[in-house]
Design a protein around this ligand. Sequence first.
Ligand code: ADP
Ligand code: MG
Length: 247
Amino acid sequence: MIDYQRRPPVLVLEKVAKEFDGHPPVQVLHNVNLTVSQGELIAVVGPSGSGKSTLLSLVGTLDRPTSGSIHLEGHDLTGLNDRQVAALRAHRIGFVFQQFFLLPGLTTVENVATGLLYTGETAKRRVERAKSALREVGLAHRLGHRPDQLSGGEKQRVAIARALVGKPGLLLADEPTGALDAVSGKGVIDLLLELNAQGTTVVVITHDRDLAASLPRRIGLEDGRVAFDVSDASPNADFSVAQGGAA
Ligand code: ADP
Ligand code: MG
């Protein structure tokens, strides 16, 4: 069993709260404390409106908390300006969303290559890497297609290729199978599992109970609070061994 505790944390959230302006203001997250270690594979579950997407956008640096602190790979995000945060995001985080968000006028290769715009690599190199990422997700035969020529499952594979092409340490997926049929959804999940097996830390929001149950750690949100955070890498298992296996 992998001992996550010995690896450096990818993410540390301390007393994170998020409030949106309004009359009255909406408090969406309350006092969220979380540590995510390198190589983890985590399901985030909870009712609609419980704050899952908001949490993912804070963790993904797309938005900032109202209070509390977030450390990403040792960087305190509070201490970074927007440009520094954007650079960190571009290099270290990959996103996959339910709605794919592919650019309609671009081919799959061009869509994936946009994931490398911030790297400073030449266009030729970006295209090479995009092709290689598309091969990794099983789309070598769809390089010149545009999004409207692809199935839902294929679109999500393109989105995953775009997310992974820059080799991010952290992949964040918000209901990536929400718009897919069961078979395409399974293909997408298998891909996420494979990326995790290669070392990428993966956090996936899902409504799929079976999927959540199959992942080693499950974080449940309710009304903007962490209602549970359970891990199969249970310290109790190690404890019983340390006690001479008596159980
Ligand atoms: P989930 O992903 O769990 O369904 P969200 O994080 O999308 O939940 O939303 C949680 C709550 O925050 C909802 O009540 C939603 O209406 C509210 N909310 C989300 N974004 C905003 C925003 N930009 N302004 C105001 N309220 C928001
Ligand atoms: Mg959501």
